[in-house]
Write a new protein. Sequence first.
Length: 454
Amino acid sequence: MLKEHKEFDNEFIREIKALIEARNADELKLTLAEMHPADIAELAEELDSEDARYIYHLLDNETAAEALVEMDEEERSELLDDLPSETIARKFIDAMDTDDAVEIIRDLDEEKQEEVLAHIEDIEQAGDIVDLLQYDENTAGGIMGTEMVIVNENWSMPECLREMRQQAEDMDDIYYVYVVDDEERLQGFFPLKKMITSPSISKVKHVMDKDLISCHVDTPIDEVVQMIEKYNLVAVPVVDSIGRLVGQITVDDVMDEVREQSERDYQLASGITEDVESADTVWKQTRARIPWLLIGMVGGIGTSIILGKFDQIFVAHPEMALFIPLIGGTAGNVGTQSSAIVVQGLANNSLKVGNMLKQVAKEGLVAVFNAIVISALVFAYNYFFGSQPMLVTGSVSISLALVILVASLFGTFVPMTFEKLKIDPAIATGPFISVTNDIIGMLIYMGVTLMLLG
């Protein structure tokens, strides 16, 4: 049946709740049958856990499993906490691919994990899940699936075709047909075109393609993402330390990771220290935001202390205070721009930490041009329209030029240093750079003014 994307409004939610309250199972089944599993997951998130459980009870196992995978982690955990282990195993896990099953089971507490695994009917599937749970969830082994079509290099073409048909019966999608030797070591992949064009070839190894990109079970997820993007792959085979094929990662497996990483980096750059969403509690959102707000407060107090040391300058030239926001804002903006470019380059692997000096030199050259343009425009404004004393005009222009240079180099150097120290460089695109550059900007401004005063 063709599934259409469903837009939810308050009226539709009220209708669903009314059907649930009336326990009108037949009408609900008809409505759910027309919905995509992802839309059912979104609907379940709009309901309380009891109503969501009733919705899932009406679905067939395959649809229920697909919808559960699409749910938000917190909403899903709340739903599963109230379900018996046997129901989780029989209703959901039995109908899932191993990678999805591992994702679900990993979020359960240890005792419930064991109970769910004990109720899985397919012993082989349960064994695969147990094996996958041993891998770090941030590595290729932690997100790979074991559902693959595998053929032996020594099989004849008729034997190969027969085995492929048998293996494909239990699979939803086939991306590649992998070729292994007698020790299950990955040798290449089997081009399906050869089956049509060269049906008389005696063995698979005579037509297999050895030009295959693979990754190790311990390869970090971000490297797998870069690999898929660089080589335009739809799936990547995963091998163990001796080259045996143990699983594959498909492009849809890493898309969720890409989205989550992007959200984490965006929140981190915005000064949010935890992964939070709008639906989270007030306490959790406050806890995630307050650390960098406190750091920003300390930075603001530090700036005030610096300016307080030069109160005599402001008494003699009060108009200088008018340009404090300009100096501080420019420092923060320039530093954020520079750090954002570096962080992006580090993320997509187009920039290497080993090229730090080259990148710093390049950013320094860009900063020189920016400094000339900005400081010249501010000087012209103050000279022709601002009616400011030449001391203030010169101090502001020179300070701006120096601030742009320093902030650019600082914004480049800091994230690359963080990357080298194994600290998430996304921190350097947020309040850290803004607060630091505000203080540096004020020091430069006051220092230049003192020099001009002699």
